[in-house]
Design a protein around this ligand. Sequence first.
Ligand SMILES: Nc1nc2c(ncn2[C@@H]2O[C@H](COP(=O)(O)OP(=O)(O)OP(=O)(O)O)[C@@H](O)[C@H]2O)c(=O)[nH]1
Ligand SMILES: [Mg+2]
Ligand SMILES: [Zn+2]
Length: 263
Amino acid sequence: MSELLDFPSQKRSHREHSDKDSRAHHEPRPAGGTDNRRKVSREIKVVRRVLDANDEMARRNRKLFADSGIFVLNMMSSPGSGKTTTLEKTLVRILPEIQSAVIVGDICTTHDADRLAKSGAPVVQVNTDVFGGDCHLSAGMIEKAVAGVQLESVDLLIVENIGNLVCPAEFDIGEDARVVVLSVTEGEDKPVKYPLMFRECDAALLNKIDLLPHLDYDRQAAVNFIHQVHPGMPVFEISAKTEEGFDAWLDWLTTAIRRKRND
Ligand SMILES: Nc1nc2c(ncn2[C@@H]2O[C@H](COP(=O)(O)OP(=O)(O)OP(=O)(O)O)[C@@H](O)[C@H]2O)c(=O)[nH]1
Ligand SMILES: [Mg+2]
Ligand SMILES: [Zn+2]
C-alpha cells in the first residue's frame, strides 16, 4: 500500500528556491543603481527566511527521528541513476530484520511508490507537480509525509529524493546520512561538475557496473573525481540489476543504523 501526498501550496517556493540557488552558488551582486541594490537585498532577505524556515523544520524532524530511534537515509541522484531499483533490492535484503518505511519524491506519478510498496514496506509518495512542481524535497514536505508513517514500528526511514543532481543536496530534511547514486552511463566527470552533491553526501554508490563491458568508461577516474571533491568518501561499486557489490553497501548501511541505535 502506498499513499500519495500532493503539494499544491509549493507554487511560490520554486521561485524562492531559484532565488536561494543564486544566493547559495553565486551571491547576486547589485548591478548598479540604488533601486537594484534594494531589490537584491529584499530578495536575499526572502531567501534567508525560506532557508531559516527549512533549517528549523529540519531540526524538528531530526529531534522527532532521534526521539523515535529511527535512522533516516536520504538517497539522491540524477533521474534514472537507479535509486528505486537499488532500494527495491535493498529492502528485500534488509526486511524484516530492519523494519523500514519509505518516503519517495517525484514531480508526477506514483510509479516509484508502487514499485517500492511491493517489498511490503509502508511507502508515502510525495508529488510536487501541481503548478509546476518542486525539483527537491524540503524538510516541510518530509514533516507532512512522516505524519502518514507509524514511526514506532520503524527502524529505518528511507527518503528517495526527486531525481536531480543539484538542489536536493541543499535542503536539510533532518536525515542521518546522505547517499548519492551515480550510474556509469552518466560519465565519469559528474562529481566535479556537480560538486555540492558529492561534497554533502556520506557515501556514493557507483551503479550499473553490469553495463561496463558495453561502455568506454573509466571507473577509477570516476572514483578519483568523487575523492577530488570529497576525500575519503566511501564509494561502493554496485549493480542494482545483478546485486553485485551489495554486501559492502548493506554492511555500510547496517553499521550506520547500529551506530545511531547505540549512541
Ligand atoms: N543495467 C542496469 N540497469 C539498471 C540498474 N539500476 C537501474 N537500472 C535501470 O535504470 C532505469 C532507471 O532506474 P530507476 O531505479 O527507476 O532510477 P531512479 O534513480 O529511481 O529514477 P528517478 O526516480 O526517475 O530519478 C530502469 O530502467 C532500471 O531498470 C543497474 O544496476 N543496471
Ligand atoms: Mg526512482
Ligand atoms: Zn529544487
